[in-house]
Write a protein that binds this ligand. Structure first.
Ligand code: FAD
Length: 447
């Protein structure tokens, strides 16, 4: 199908954010009586879910040390809960199970969840935490655990099924999705610097508003808009750091243990919450007993009928390649370079066995196919949601974003002229102003 010469709202990227924005824009335009038909176009160089959203583990949680992130996640969980079936969402809850070094941070998360009315339970102390976990799994054996934060909301959703559900919602509201259309550049109004349209490999499309939701490809769009590759960052102590790279890539490590997903039902026969364990207990190999690490480590996992086993991941690692040389394409498991490392399987399965006796001796069941993918992180590893060149909104989620299904809604409301308080803490100006988010003791760059 030929690309139109002009649309009002052009969305680049049919990932979670682009489609969520299209859905909401359609809802709003239809609600105000003028209709959405022919006014919203989503273009993607490949198709729905071709990027990070199509390979995400799908975990939806609120467990964030940063108040602004927690408020934003609570809003997104509302959207997931609005149609669990249509969005292929499983509201099984989420558990952050931690060692002593993290107890105070997680206690404050719990307190603040209470303040915003986000339902959770906090279990403190080594015995109480172990008893709580053994109440679910009689073979629980993780060491050095002194707290459990059990979020009663959240859970997980099934990446490609959710994406199809989201695309359906956008189309039902009148948005058009065109696959196989690659954006190659922007046209600017010469006087104002406003974006007049985009250039694609199939011709020019003029538009009034652009929403850019291109996940790991954001580095390239940032360059196309002439935004700075190196920035000034004022840290929380007021110290100014010059010449900081705006973007960096991390490799997300995930995989599947090909056991029946039912292997991880609770003793009562229920689907458990998504489990996330961070501990400083030495991690021993389940293969030969050697020490894999004596530093803090973390894993997350869930039974997953969509992935066909117990699926999860561990802390990501920084990609060393200079940022401009990172080849994002081919993306995900198709990448010749950026897939989960062989060491990941050994670590993750040994960690599963550290937590549950039922996983001892399971290394041969690890699914040895390429998995994982890279994420593009900002200078402080938190999202940037902001408007540039007057009419271009960039949704750069710093790889936090599957769970953030509500961000596209908020962005759509802003594009329609309603500033959103929930997005304010994520403006680009925070780096220079020193309005950074607080940082926790978690081993992850995103907690
Ligand atoms: C392995 C892995 C596991 C993850 N697990 C979780 C999780 O459990 N929970 C969580 O909250 N987050 C998770 N994330 C992060 C989450 O997946 C991403 O933050 C989120 O999906 C990004 O969505 P997006 O819409 O910004 O981009 P994407 O989903 O990457 O979509 C961007 C789209 O833009 C298109 N595009 C790119 N360039 C162009 C162009 N030039 N022209 C046209 N189209 C273009 C691409 O084809 C792609 O479809 C995970 C990420 C990875 C890699």
């Amino acid at each position: 199908m030929a690309v139109p010469e002009r649309v009002e709202f052009l969305i680049i990227g049919a990932g979670i954010h682009g489609l969520s924005a299209a859905w909401r824009l359609g809802q709003r335009l239809n609600a105000n009586g003028k209709g959405a038909e022919g006014r919203i176009l989503v273009v993607d160089k490949e198709g729905v879910g071709a990027g990070a959203s199509g390979i995400a583990c799908g975990v939806v949680r609120n467990n964030y040390f940063q108040p602004a992130m927690r408020r934003l996640m609570a809003h997104s969980v509302d959207i997931w809960e609005s149609d669990p079936e249509g969005l292929s969402y499983h509201p099984v809850g989420y558990m952050q199970i931690s060692c002593e070094a993290m107890r105070a941070d997680v206690a404050s998360i719990y307190e603040q969840q209470r303040e915003i009315g986000y339902e959770s339970e906090f279990i403190e102390g080594a015995n109480a935490a172990t008893n709580y976990m053994r109440g679910l799994f009689n073979d629980w054996q993780a060491k050095n655990i002194t707290s459990v934060l059990h979020e009663k909301r959240g859970g997980y959703s099934n990446n490609t099924l959710s994406m199809r559900g989201l695309a359906r919602k956008a189309e039902q509201q009148g948005a058009q999705i065109l696959s196989g259309v690659r954006v190659t550049g922007f046209h600017f109004e010469s006087a104002s610097g406003t974006i007049a349209g985009v250039e694609t490999d199939q011709g020019r499309i003029d538009c009034d508003h652009v929403i850019i939701g291109v996940g790991p490809w954001v580095r390239d769009f940032w360059d196309m808009l002439g935004l700075p590759k190196r920035i000034t960052v004022k840290d929380l102590d007021g110290k100014v750091h010059e010449d900081v790279a705006m973007w960096r890539y991390w490799q997300l490590e995930e995989g599947v243990l090909t056991v029946p997903p039912e292997t991880l039902l609770t003793d009562a026969g229920d689907i458990p919450p998504v489990i996330h364990v961070d501990t400083d207990a030495p991690l021993l190999s389940d293969v030969d007993g050697s020490v894999i690490t004596d530093e803090m480590w973390g894993i997350y996992y869930k039974p997953d009928w969509h992935f066909g086993g117990v699926q999860g991941g561990a802390s990501p690692y920084k990609v060393d390649t200079p940022v401009d040389e990172v080849a994002v394409d081919p993306y995900g498991p198709a990448s010749p370079e950026f897939v989960a490392s062989p060491d990941f399987a050994h670590m993750w399965v040994s960690a599963l066995a550290h937590c549950h006796k039922r996983f001892e001796g399971m290394m041969p069941r690890y699914h040895r196919e390429a998995s994982g993918g890279i994420g593009c992180f900002t200078a402080d590893s938190f999202p940037v949601f902001d408007r540039f060149c007057e009419n271009a909104t960039i949704v750069a989620d710093s790889n936090h974003g599957w769970k953030m299904i509500g961000v596209g809604h908020l962005v759509a409301d802003e594009v329609l002229g309603e500033p959103q308080e929930l997005l304010e803490p994520f403006r680009f100006g925070r780096f220079a102003a020193g309005d950074l988010h607080p940082v926790s003791n978690s081993p992850y760059p995103w907690s």
